[in-house]
Design a protein around this ligand. Structure first.
Ligand SMILES: *Cc1c(COP(=O)(O)O)cnc(C)c1O
Length: 410
């Protein structure tokens, strides 16, 4: 997306607004899919990264399935037109009632808790196939909040409990169709996947009826220019090799699944904000924008770096700024950034705003959630309207007892 396109979007739809480039999304999808050749891997897009219906449909047209982590995501996926069998439901700490609901909807069930597995067995026996999420106890990923496969993590059933899983499976006649792992986000190294894979291959010997293995996600994308990103070709080649060898030993060809989120949509998104104030203090110059951690929480939450550019003054002299939001918190989108001189009214474009940006946005400070725009085949489409006062008041129950007439203010 070039600067002029982004400026046009800001002009037409206002700010703050997320803009997504459909081409980038389909390119990433195709690149990842091709990396595992000769295997025809199944990619279930982890929709929690960005779940706008139009993005889901764009990926459906590419042949993607979905990875859903809540029953609401399952329902959104079905609403978008995905077949139940193309949706993997990977919940954590949900009620058994929610799992029942997912079974009724016909999606793949992935369980990560021995109690649930036992309950599942006693209710469904072998009548509903199930996948098991294994925790391989591998420390991987860019930040402790996004490393989910280590020993202290709440996710998965420990690889050391395979014998216990096996007991439950035998007793209830469970039909185990898949083994799954997801060790975290921002994994650079093929060896991390391969170490986890090796553990799953070994565990597979205990489950003779497998149809697929799901190696989760964690493919890293670049945030900074200097960032090392996942070398997807190398990872693809090495995993494909090891998987084929495993299938030979297992005696059957299984499907290989992944569930990428960030890799597919992160780089496709730009977040456009407008500079409200340029404020010189004793220690820095703040560029204060019409957004903040309520719309892009990753810098505050994960200490994430998001590249920021002043697209209104691309020829301006480079100066040092701290880019901050309008929320009543010390919300900072970027510390000590060199930007082309920022003037009040200038539009800043924040990169990597496709994944975990809108999907983590909230209404803190009673601010509206932004609009979303999709650029598809050089056309610009509004795919979510900016919220309004109605959205802030929706679901609030206004009690008549607090009518102005009855409340006396001393
Ligand atoms: C979040 C999540 C993913 C996607 O992770 P990314 O780092 O965005 O690729 C995949 N699988 C599961 C189970 C997840 O919870």
């Amino acid at each position: 997306m070039n600067t002029q396109t982004l400026l046009d979007v800001a002009e037409e739809f206002g700010t703050p607004t997320y803009v997504y480039d459909a081409n980038s999304i389909t390119n990433q999808y195709r690149k990842l899919h091709a990396a595992f050749k000769p295997l025809d891997v199944k990619l279930h897009y982890a929709m929690k990264a960005l779940s706008n219906i139009n993005i889901l449909r764009l990926l459906k047209n590419e042949g993607a399935g979905l990875d859903a982590v809540s029953i609401q995501e399952v329902r959104l996926g079905l609403h978008a037109g995905f077949a139940p069998e193309s949706i993997m439901y990977t919940p954590n700490c949900v009620s058994f009632e929610e799992i029942r609901r997912a079974v009724e909807l016909g999606v793949h069930i992935n369980l990560d808790n021995l109690n649930m597995l036992e309950k599942f067995g006693s209710e469904y026996g072998g009548s509903v196939p199930v996948c098991i999420r294994i925790n391989p106890h591998i420390m991987a990923g860019g930040n402790s909040n996004i490393s989910v496969g280590h020993i202290d993590s709440k996710f998965g059933i420990s690889i050391h409990q395979v014998r216990h899983i096996e007991r439950i499976v035998e007793h209830y006649g469970l039909n185990i169709r898949g083994l799954h792992m997801h060790t975290g986000s921002d994994i650079i190294d093929a060896d991390v996947f391969l170490r986890g894979a090796a553990l799953l291959y070994e565990a597979a010997n205990h489950f003779p009826d497998l149809e697929f293995m799901d190696f989760g996600s964690g493919f890293k994308v670049g945030y900074k220019e200097s960032d090392i990103v996942t070398d997807i070709e190398t990872i693809g080649t090495r995993i494909a090799e090891s998987f084929q060898e495993f299938c030979t030993n297992y005696g059957r060809n299984l499907e290989l699944w992944f569930e990428p989120g960030k890799y597919i949509v992160s780089e496709a998104g730009k977040f456009l904000v407008r500079t409200n104030v340029v404020k010189q203090t004793t220690s820095t110059v703040f560029a204060g924008v019409d957004s903040g951690q309520n719309h892009l929480i990753r810098p505050m939450f994960y200490n994430a770096y998001h590249h920021i550019e002043n697209i209104s003054n691309t020829g301006g002299e480079k100066k040092l700024y701290s880019i901050v939001g309008y929320i009543c918190e010390s919300d900072t989108l970027g510390h000590d950034r060199l930007l082309n001189e920022v003037r009040e009214g200038d539009i800043l474009a924040i990169s990597n705003a496709g994944a975990y940006a809108f999907s983590m946005a909230n209404q803190y400070n009673s601010r509206f959630r932004p609009a979303e725009v999709l650029i598809y085949n050089d056309e610009t489409y509004l795919i979510r309207e900016r919220e309004t006062m109605e959205d802030l008041l929706r679901n609030q129950v206004e009690l008549p007892i607090f009518d102005e007439a009855t409340v006396e203010i001393a």
